[in-house]
Design a protein around this ligand. Structure first.
Ligand code: KG4
Ligand code: ZN
Length: 334
C-alpha cells in the first residue's frame, strides 16, 4: 500500500505543514507567529490572520521539500482540536477544499493524541502500554497509551496547564514571550534550593498549578517591595527554584501513576517536554525507579505538523476518515 499524506497544523500560534509517506516524514515546515510577542501572549484573532497569510506558502514549501506533487497525495489531514476556534478554522477549511478538489479522503487529528504519537516518528519507539506525561500550553495530562489510537487519560489539571504556569511566572519576572523557554534558559546554573514554593495537594493523579502561581506572585511582591532590584539581582536562582518546584509537581504524580499502574515505560510529550530540568530529573527518576524513558526530539516537542502527519498515518491504516461536513472542535477530548 502506498500512502502519502499532507498534514496541516493550525491550532494555536504555529502554522505548519508536513508530508508523510508510508510512515516516514519527508518534510515538516513551521512558521512561528512573531506577532504575539509584543502582547505577551497569543491573541486569537491575530493568530487566525497569521494562519491565513502563512497557510499557502507553508504547504507549498512542505510539498516542494518532500518532492511531492498534489496529485501524488492519498489523503489530507488537519488538526481538528483542541485549539483556538478561529485558528483551527483556517487549517480545517484549507484541508477540506484540497480534499474536495483532489477527490481524496480527509483525516481529522486530535492535537494531544498527535503530541503523543510524535514518539513514533523516529527510534526509539515506546512499547505498549506506556504512560505519557503530556504537558503543553493548554494541557497537563497523564495518559495510558494502549496502542497507537487507544489512549486513556488517568490524570489531568484541575485549573491551569503547566505551560501556562511557566508562561505566567516568566511574565511576572519580565521575561519575553513565550516565557517557558526563556525561564528555562535563565535558570541554567541557578541555585534551585534557594527559594521554596508550596504546592497544593490534589486528589489522585490530578494536578493544580493555580496555587503555585499565586504563591509566586506574592513572593515577588513581598521581596520587590523591600528591595526593588530583587528580581534583577536574583533572576538565575528565582528561575531555577520555581522551575524545580513546577517540575517536582509534575514528577510526583507521574511516580504515583507508574506505581498505581505498574507501567515503567514512560514518555513525555508537548511543548513543556522541551524543558531541560524536566528532562534531567526524568532521567534521574528513570535510574531510581527502573523506568525506560522516551523524550521526543526538540523539533517534535512544540507544535508541528509532523506529529499530525504521524497520527494521520495510523488513522489512514485504520480507515478512520472524516466527511466534508467535519468542522473544528476547540475542546476535543482525548
Ligand atoms: O505544545 P505547545 O507547543 O503548544 C500547545 O499545544 O500549547 O506548548 C507550548 C508551551 C508554552 O507554554 C511554552 O512556554 C512551553 O510549551 N515550553 C516550555 C519550554 N518550551 C516550550 N516550557 C518550559 N520550558 C521549555 N523549555
Ligand atoms: Zn501543542
Amino acid at each position: 500500500m502506498n500512502c502519502t499524506i499532507l498534514a496541516i497544523e493550525s491550532s494555536c500560534d504555529e502554522t505548519s505543514a508536513a508530508v508523510i509517506q508510508n510512515g516516514i516524514i519527508l518534510s515538516n515546515i513551521i512558521a512561528t507567529q512573531a506577532v504575539h510577542e509584543q502582547y505577551g501572549g497569543v491573541v486569537p484573532e491575530l493568530a487566525s490572520r497569521a494562519h491565513m497569510q502563512n497557510v499557502v506558502p507553508v504547504i507549498q514549501n512542505a510539498l516542494t521539500k518532500a518532492n511531492i506533487k498534489k496529485n501524488d497525495l492519498n489523503a489530507v489531514a488537519f488538526t481538528q482540536g483542541p485549539g483556538l476556534l478561529g485558528a483551527l478554522v483556517v487549517g480545517v477549511s484549507f484541508a477540506k477544499s484540497l480534499a474536495l478538489g483532489l477527490g481524496i479522503p480527509l483525516i481529522g487529528v486530535n492535537h494531544m493524541q498527535a503530541h503523543i504519537l510524535a514518539h513514533f516518528i523516529d527510534e526509539p519507539r515506546p512499547d505498549f502500554p506506556f504512560l505519557c506525561l503530556t504537558v503543553s500550553g493548554g494541557h497537563t495530562q497523564i495518559v495510558v497509551v494502549k496502542n497507537h489510537l487507544e489512549m486513556e487519560v488517568i490524570g489531568h489539571t484541575q485549573d491551569d496547564a503547566v505551560g501556562e504556569a511557566f508562561d505566567k511566572t516568566a511574565k511576572l519576572l519580565g521575561l519575553s514571550y513565550p516565557g517557558g523557554p526563556q525561564l528555562d534558559k535563565a535558570a541554567v546554573g541557578g541555585d534551585y534550593t534557594k527559594y521554596i514554593f508550596p504546592s497544593v495537594d490534589t486528589p489522585g493523579l490530578n494536578y493544580s498549578f493555580s496555587g503555585i502561581k499565586t504563591a509566586f506572585m506574592y513572593f515577588l511582591r513581598d521581596h520587590t517591595s523591600k528591595k526593588p532590584d530583587f528580581i534583577a539581582q536574583n533572576l538565575n536562582d528565582i528561575c531555577a527554584s520555581i522551575q524545580a518546584s513546577i517540575v517536582e509537581i509534575l514528577l510526583k504524580k507521574l511516580r504515583k501513576a507508574s506505581k498505581d499502574t505498574g507501567i515503567k515505560q514512560i514518555a513525555i510529550a508537548g511543548g513543556v517536554s522541551a524543558n531541560s530540568w524536566l528532562r534531567s530529573k526524568l532521567e534521574e527518576d528513570a535510574a531510581q525507579y527502573r523506568w525506560t524513558v522516551y523524550v521526543p526530539a526538540f523539533e517534535y516537542c512544540t507544535d508541528n505538523a509532523a506529529m499530525i502527519a504521524m497520527a494521520a498515518h495510523f488513522k489512514y491504516i485504520n480507515n478512520e476518515f472524516v466527511t466534508l461536513q467535519a468542522g473544528p472542535i476547540p475542546r476535543l477530548a482525548l
